[in-house]
Design a protein around this ligand. Structure first.
Ligand code: ATP
Length: 371
């Protein structure tokens, strides 16, 4: 049993010129056996959180608890927590077996046969039994990744910390290792915290994801919760690919309005949306590319004239870059994802529909989700 609690943790680094708040008052409860993904852009504090949990970095304030026990001052060795790094950090002069044994010899006083048994079992779990006598330089990236995992697993940790462990692998291997990692984590029933800035990894791997920005927790929830009910514009933009489209619009009665080169863009809103907006003068309308309907004929509510700028055929779908402005390169390009069989080409005038059921509305200043 290993529930991990981050209770109002903060980390401030004191630079020669100024303080950097790397992690700002973050609280997360991670259940025993849960796979939590920490996701956010570069510099948002992901690695710093892992390093604090591992005991490699002290906390400025707050508490970290493992199964209810405060571990702030526990040495890394005594934490029953294993960390796997992005660059694997294997010892180059040691064989795979020695690399794996090293982790174990360091942290326990098990007998030699016990250690050997553990190494063999783990090698089997990871399908690297054939590689035990090789040195790291004789292994592929994917194999080195497995050894790094193996070195963590032999220690029988209660919590696994994984810092972008798949980022050095090619796309195909990365996809394979995503499912492998999940299988292993389930088989060992270990609590895992997985750091990534890749939103595909976040969407596909975690029981829950915690989205961070600027050291602050933006939202924690299942991948689908974060996708369908983002807490704010940052989460809405970060989760989902291609990203949600945003339009900053003025509120005028029961319409949202902006000026485009083609004239006025007017989006009529229901009473419910109007109520959610309150007395704000401007808001941001968001709509996901897959929710924009592209057709040739006008009709129905919330339809607008647009022009196709660029089409990226992806096979199963076309990513269509659109603009309201036919004459010049408009900064207001937006993206629709349409069926791959749909015939559509650059320069074509089209009608786009943005159904009100599919839009999100955000506060223009704070980014808070209003509906
Ligand atoms: P990445 O995805 O690029 O690895 P990250 O989300 O893991 O980024 P951190 O490495 O945790 O981000 O860094 C968070 C912030 O803290 C950054 O602004 C970084 O520059 C700063 N920082 C990290 N370590 C130190 C340090 N030892 N001294 C000063 N500032 C630091």
């Amino acid at each position: 049993m290993a529930g991990l609690t981050l209770d109002h943790i903060t980390k401030t680094f004191t630079d020669s010129r100024k303080d950097v708040i790397a992690v700002n008052d973050v609280s997360i409860d991670i259940a025993d056996g849960e796979f939590l993904v920490l996701v956010g852009p570069s510099g948002c504090g992901k690695t710093t959180i892992l390093r604090m949990v591992a005991g490699l970095e002290s906390l400025t304030s707050g508490e970290i608890r493992l199964d209810g026990d405060v571990i702030n001052d526990e040495s890394p060795k005594n934490r029953k927590i294993a960390m796997v790094f992005q660059n694997y950090a294997l010892y180059p002069h040691m064989t795979v077996r020695e690399n794996m044994r090293f982790g174990l010899e360091e942290s326990t006083n098990s007998s030699d046969t016990e250690i050997e048994r553990k190494v063999r079992e783990t090698a089997e779990l990871l399908d690297i039994s054939e590689l035990l006598d090789r040195k790291p330089k004789e292994l592929s990236g994917g194999q080195q990744q497995r050894v790094a995992l193996g070195r963590a697993i032999v220690r029988d940790p209660a919590v696994f910390l994984l810092d972008e462990p798949l980022s050095n692998l090619d796309a195909k291997l990365r996809a394979h290792m995503r499912t492998e990692l999940q299988r292993i984590q389930e088989e060992l029933h270990v609590t895992a915290v997985f750091v990534t800035h890749d939103q595909t990894e976040a969407m596909t791997m975690g029981d829950r994801i915690a989205v961070l920005n600027d050291g602050e927790l933006q939202q924690i929830g299942t991948p689908l919760e974060c996708y369908h009910t983002p807490a704010n514009q940052f989460v809405a933009e970060f989760i989902g690919s291609p990203s949600m489209n945003f339009f900053e619009l003025e509120v005028q009665g029961s319409r949202l309005i902006s000026m485009t080169a083609n004239g006025r863009f007017e989006y009529p809103i229901s009473e419910e949306t109007r109520d959610a907006i309150g007395d704000r003068a401007t808001v941001v309308l968001g709509i996901r590319p897959e929710d924009i309907i592209v057709s040739e004929d006008r009709g129905g509510e919330h339809t607008f004239e647009a022009v196709v700028d660029v089409v990226e055929p992806m096979g199963n779908e076309n990513i269509v870059y659109l603009t309201f402005d036919s004459d010049t390169m408009s900064p207001d390009t937006f993206i629709a994802a349409v069926d791959g069989f749909k015939q559509i080409s650059a320069g074509e005038p089209v009608i786009v529909q943005m159904p009100e059921d599919d839009i999100s509305i955000f506060d223009a200043k704070t980014g808070e989700t209003l509906r």
